[in-house]
Design a protein around this ligand. Sequence first.
Ligand code: FEO
Length: 387
Amino acid sequence: MSDIHISDAVRYVGADDTTIDLFESQYPVPNGVSYNSYVILDEKIAVMDTVDRRATAQWLENLETVLDGRKPDYLVIQHLEPDHAGSIGLLAERYPEMVLVGNAKTFTMLPKFFPGDYAARSLTVKEGDTLSLGSHTLTFVTAPMVHWPEVMVSYESSEKILFSADAFGTFGALSVGEDWLCEARRYYINIVGKYGVQVQALLKKAAGLDIQTICPLHGPVLRGDLGFYLGKYDLWSRYEAEEDGVLVAYASIHGNTAQAAKRMAEILEAKGCAKVEVMDLCRVDQALAVEAAFRYGRMVAMSATYDGGLFPAMDHFMAHLRDKTYRSRRVALVENGSWAPSAAKHMRAYLEAMKEIAICETVHTIQGAVKDADLAAMERIADELLA
Ligand code: FEO
């Protein structure tokens, strides 16, 4: 079991998953992921969420070590997504007197995953309700769409702990000890990023609580300067750029558009751009590219034309940006096409459907290899983008 120490009464019983290839079957997690679960030991015992079925055995071993022969009185279900709820059925079966705690939406959705009859052992709570365990008291705070509709977080007032569900989570197994910011940002933008308004609502509620520790369902327990973490969530959920820089995102078939992207980056740097990040959309993790697009205030999207439309990697990228509600950014477009170039038209269609995207007036078409006239056009685009 991880040696995370929260307190004598609040214990970590979660598990690392270092063999998973893709989280949610789409996000590469080379350093795995943790499914966090906690136990509060008091006169009554509460288990805070379960874990993915992939980690049930390790979690049960951890749980039973901490329980030391006692039985849990409550299972608090903050989130029903299977990476946390996957072991509910097994725990409910093992401890038939344990009461399941959730909100009305939790118990509407629960039978869709676990068809057993739990009505007689369910405690339905709503916003602001409390549950006393003895010297510890949980207050429930609903957080719909952070990131499913039934999500709630729980505040334990005696130790000032916020059990925050997916919020403030990261990719990466705890045993790896990754830097929080990078994997928290990739996690937030891709998992929760669509729901900035709902995250803002949760942050407003959290502002009214005296929080000393945040216990999320993925990644490290947070203590110390919580303002740093809360500030990042505030910035991300307001869709504001985090850094002054440019993402040059390209999709190239035979290398000519890649060459153009490299030259574009050199032009931007020569003009004093503070930071330029170039990403080959055909080869980079799309979640990293989406994260980078949100991180910077400006982007150059450069794509080959393919089958009369966008080269697939750029098409996927634009669709991901749309789905994650990319907005309030400045974007320049460069297309490549030896005959009937149309990539820019399709990129524009994506971007025009997003909110507050300023598309640079100059849109350039490269035909095959990069030539002097293309470089001159890219100079004009850079000026416009950085203006
Ligand atoms: Fe970690 Fe939305 O589940």
